[in-house]
Design a protein around this ligand. Sequence first.
Ligand SMILES: Nc1ncnc2c1ncn2[C@@H]1O[C@H](COP(=O)(O)OP(=O)(O)OP(=O)(O)O)[C@@H](O)[C@H]1O
Ligand SMILES: [Mg+2]
Length: 239
Amino acid sequence: MAAPAGVPAPASAPPGREPLLRVEHLTRHFMVSGTRIDVLHDCTFQVTRGEVVAIVGQSGSGKSTLLNLLGLLDRPSGGTYVFDGVDTTRLGEGRRSHLRGEGVGFVFQQFHLLERRTALANVCVPMVLAGVPLLSRRTRARALLETVGLGHRLHSQPHQLSGGEQQRVALARALSREPALILADEPTGALDAASSTMIMDQLLEQARLRDAAVVVVTHDPKVAERADHVVELVEGRTL
Ligand SMILES: Nc1ncnc2c1ncn2[C@@H]1O[C@H](COP(=O)(O)OP(=O)(O)OP(=O)(O)O)[C@@H](O)[C@H]1O
Ligand SMILES: [Mg+2]
């Protein structure tokens, strides 16, 4: 059962389990035309494997910025981010990119699918980078696309798919390497109720059956309700 928005996420991991990720007093600011914009002021929370955490907050509150930090796509301006026991703030780009490739699956707010490639090829991309043999990766990509209800769209390119279908391809791609951490930015934003339930079922299954940690940004109260914890971002601070 989810804690309602505004109730702090638990400060410590369940007994006997180290958190997969831990952020402490994380901050991020940007310089725009010589002016400093403070987006994240103080974010502190942790996520254990097997947990689904929903991040909620108004548009512009810094949710995508935070997700980029968790996914090691960006570096914080201050604070600590420990991923899988490693203090990532001290790591060089090579180690960070290795950790990201091995450990993190993304579903981006803007999908970021390759335009001239089919759904099947898009889902294969992370497996190509990981050196998975051709036949294995095609079999796995096909199975994943079937799981998200796109078995009939394997050979369609993104521009031939609806927004919700593209979102589901992005989810299948994120799951392709069975990452320890799945980051999903509004994964149900473009979906109808049935598809939205299917995506959440998938994310919960990843946490429950595969023991992944799932962090999902959402505006949808139904999605937040199904998470184990809710972290609310208000003016760049986690509540
Ligand atoms: N690279 C950047 N340079 C300057 N400002 C940025 C940058 N990235 C984000 N911001 C600013 O940070 C704030 C938070 O942006 P972010 O995309 O994290 O919000 P969000 O909570 O994900 O919003 P939404 O719900 O609309 O997706 C915005 O005001 C945005 O303009
Ligand atoms: Mg966003």
